[in-house]
Design a protein around this ligand. Structure first.
Ligand code: PBG
Ligand code: ZN
Length: 322
């Protein structure tokens, strides 16, 4: 007898009946960029249909996001000034702090996650304090990250997401939040964050490219899967509520292994370069964009992601791709 898997593929009804994977629309997180000024809605050249918004404009944009079912955003700030201590990152009057206050006032039910890093706020563009020899100084950086996370919490953020990859930052942020009464504010750790070329368009968008050197001393070597799991374990020990793998498509193996290892929810970040490649090919008419977006989102879910952070979130909800 011939065994025939094809019997269950004959029509859409039976295919849908036995489909193993579905993306939960509520699991999508939409990353957004907020900038100083008014009436600013500036398209990011390398990321078609993604914008830098001033606070007044992001409030308008969020109306349409909420209307199509966006439940959560991940906020990045582009500050008015940069220095060597990233002062504008933990300024109570900083761009993210003011944006969060305005957003939560107008959309109390929108779940606002803030990216906690210093690169956008440092004059040199690195994610931590840089020593005279050019090295990033891990331990003193922790205090600045903790201060930044606390200032986001005080502004009303629902969750903080440290993306710096300094050792010990989850514990440092957890301690600072707890000391100040934010025991219930979750931390989503960018745990397995690779030193990836896929962040290129983001660095244009956030103006956060390092002015010298690269991030290879703190972000992970793309060749190392086992090391990624070690980073995940450390963040779990330090009290991460959610662990993240980033980027997504080139690291689905790491995502799968993380999902198997983790006893907390797992997020994946479908990063800027992954988005830009889809958009560029679609603009050329070389791919079926909607089918590709659907397939990519399914891939993350199938590999084990509970949460998918993606620039496609709004259009995926709008067009019913999930
Ligand atoms: C900041 C940060 C980066 C991204 C998220 N947070 C850039 C980087 O580490 O260089 C990348 C996001 C993307 O490419 O979409 N540390
Ligand atoms: Zn950074």
């Amino acid at each position: 007898m011939i065994i025939r898997p094809r019997r269950l593929r004959k029509n859409a009804t039976i295919r849908n009946m036995v489909a193993e994977t579905a993306v939960n629309p509520d699991s999508l997180v939409y990353p957004m960029f907020v900038v100083e000024g008014e009436n600013v809605k500036e398209e990011i050249p390398s990321m078609p249909n993604q914008y830098r918004f001033s606070i007044d404009e992001i409030l308008k944009e969020l109306e349409s996001c909420v209307a199509v079912g966006v439940k959560s955003i991940l906020l990045f700030g582009i500050p008015s000034y940069k220095d060597e201590m990233a002062t504008s990152a933990y300024d109570d009057d900083g761009i993210v702090q003011r944006a969060v206050r305005s957003i939560k006032a107008k959309f109390p039910d929108l779940y606002v996650i803030t990216d906690v890093c210093l690169c956008e706020y440092m004059s040199h563009g690195h994610c931590g304090i840089v020593k005279d020899d050019g090295d990033v100084d891990n331990d003193p950086t922790l205090e600045l990250l903790a201060k930044t996370a606390l200032s986001h919490a005080e502004a009303g953020a629902d969750m903080v997401a440290p993306s710096d990859m300094m050792d010990g930052r989850v514990a440092a942020i957890r301690a600072k939040l707890d000391e100040n009464g934010y025991q219930n504010l979750p931390i989503m750790a960018y745990s397995a964050k690779f030193a990836s070329a896929y962040y290129g368009p983001f660095r244009d968008a956030a103006d956060s490219a390092p002015h010298f050197g690269d991030r290879k001393s703190y972000q992970m070597d793309v060749r190392n899967g086992r090391e990624a799991l070690h980073e995940v374990e450390l963040d779990l020990e330090e009290g991460a509520d959610i662990v993240m793998v980033k980027p997504g498509l080139a690291f689905l193996d790491v995502l799968r292994e993380t999902a198997e290892l983790s006893n907390v929810p797992v997020a994946v970040y479908n990063v800027s370069g992954e988005y830009s490649m889809v958009k560029a090919a679609a603009q050329q008419g070389w791919i079926n964009e909607e089918a590709i977006i659907r397939e990519n989102l399914i891939a993350f879910k199938r590999a084990g992601a509970d949460i998918i952070i993606t620039y496609h979130a709004k259009e995926a909800l709008e067009k019913g791709l999930v």
